[in-house]
Design a protein around this ligand. Structure first.
Ligand SMILES: *Cc1c(COP(=O)(O)O)cnc(C)c1O
Length: 254
């Protein structure tokens, strides 16, 4: 195995180990937590390597990058499927984790399997309308601003349940849970409070709004706080930095 890929494999294994340890502390099973590899810091070759190592959930924070890279990878996998007819090529699931503008919805929908960042009714309605045209039901999470920082995206905690009520009935959109980001701080207590608030909000929405059984995801936790997030009930962690430590980063054209 080439040096870079070996190093990447080590990083993936280390992160998976930390996820498993956090699960053990919280009395949870590691399979309850999905690792979404956020690839915005690395080039397309690194994504291919990740996929070859078995990683299937990939996240990007910008529409342009996500669509370009998803198209690149789809083509790569099609080529693979032709070359190695013996082994089935499992498709990648793409996660749109960053802020989404309404005018970019149409572009990202054909590629994004889960949009983590729905935070307004207008955005949800645009997704619903475009998904209807494509004949798909797009899976989304409601992003909640649990840190109450005005600079952060996400619906306010106090408005989240009402927004979920408005979004849940939209026919071409499937509300699958909540997403949040804790502030960048060394104070584990502050981080834990954010994740706990999100977990409580999740329970409240689950019981008070007709959201359905697909409402079961809590996307929270990044490289610096994913263990706390898992202890607070995260079912998806979005990790970039920790997966690519010691590997070349790239601002690329692919
Ligand atoms: C970049 C990003 C991540 C990953 O952050 P790391 O700290 O590098 O793990 C997760 N979520 C969102 C929304 C991001 O933009």
């Amino acid at each position: 195995m080439p040096e870079l890929k070996r190093k990447l494999a080590e990083n993936v294994k280390r992160v998976q180990g930390r996820i498993a340890e956090a699960c053990a502390r919280a009395n949870r099973e590691p399979r309850e937590v999905t690792l979404v590899a956020v690839t915005k810091y690395v080039g397309p070759d690194m994504i291919k390597q990740l996929v070859e190592l078995g990683q299937r959930q990939i996240g990007e924070s910008r529409v342009q990058e996500l669509t370009r890279r998803a198209a690149m990878l789809a083509e790569y996998q099609q080529r693979q499927a032709r070359d190695e007819s013996a082994e089935r090529v499992r498709p990648v699931r793409w996660h749109m984790v960053g802020h989404l503008q309404r005018n970019k919805v149409k572009m990202v929908l054909p590629w994004a399997h889960l949009i983590h960042s729905v935070d307004s009714l207008r955005l949800a309605e645009e997704i619903d309308s475009q998904a209807g045209k494509l004949g798909v039901a797009t899976e989304v999470l409601l992003q909640v601003n649990t840190s109450q920082e005005p600079s952060k995206f996400g619906v306010a905690v106090a408005a989240a349940t009402h927004l979920a009520e408005m979004i849940a009935p939209l026919p071409n959109l499937s509300l699958c849970g909540l997403m949040t980001m804790a502030p960048l701080t060394e104070d584990a207590g502050v981080i834990r409070d954010c994740f706990t608030r999100c977990r409580e909000l999740f329970d409240e929405i689950y019981h008070e709004v007709r959201v359905g059984e697909q409402f079961r995801h809590l996307s929270m936790g990044m490289s610096h706080d994913f263990e706390i997030a898992i202890e607070c009930g995260a079912t998806m962690v979005r990790i970039g930095t920790a997966l690519f430590e010691g590997l070349p980063t790239a601002v690329d054209g692919g």
